[in-house]
Ligand binder design. Sequence first.
Ligand SMILES: [Zn+2]
Length: 287
Amino acid sequence: MGVLVRFDFAELPVRGALVRLDQAWLDWWQRLGLDGVERAMLGEATAALPLLAANLKFRGRMNLQMQGGAHLSLLVAQIDHQLQLRSMLQTTEGPVPGAWAQAVAGAQCAVLVDPESGMDRYQAIVEAGGASLAADIEGYFAQSEQLATRVWLASDEAVATGLLVQRLPGDSDDTDGFETVAMLADTLADGELLATEPDALLHRLFSTVGLRQHDTRDVTLTCRCSRERIGTLLLSLGEEDVEALLAEQGRVEAACEFCGRAYVYEADDARALFVAAQAEPPSQTKH
Ligand SMILES: [Zn+2]
């Protein structure tokens, strides 16, 4: 489990959020079998999503997606309004450079907001390739929401964590309050974000400027994949391709791209999917 703490200030037009994932993060990267630079990058992206979603006002999902980078071919982190989070990363051949700008050079990066109903989904392009993912996310807020924002992200094998401070919408005249809070947050020492529990950290940074801590919500790292969803995937491949796989391997094995969980369809099970689908055509209802 992880936590997302939201806060603001009695006298200053600034809001913020702090996320901390510990055991859940450890379980997640171990299941994905990541290490080194790749684990560090996924950790930061995973911690970034609860910060992006901290002030979401609707039911639905939010994605951060980067693809086609020189070394990072795909990075996806996804969260919903219940703060259920999942993330994955794929790299091209060879070692990934530790410098963020180099690793993501050439990547297309976007934030996709996908409300369940009542609103259209929208996508905002993020300029990738700044000094860090945190810097790229600051750029996203500046560009797409015109909100001055600072973000700090950190991860190691035990913790993925992040801090966001942001000028309140509609208070664009007051820059001093935001600068004050950002300056205090900039006193974070190397490793302090990783080493300190949320309550203690917020108190240390902001207790002198009227910190008001709000709700603390649980964040879970969990995958929504299921045997049923993989079955739908096989149906969409088509009977011919599935038969080709069966001829080659005797059965169909598919792994979830997020969590790596393996699903096996024996030949009879795979064929039964198509029989059932023909008996009962899929609903045309669009979700
Ligand atoms: Zn999964």
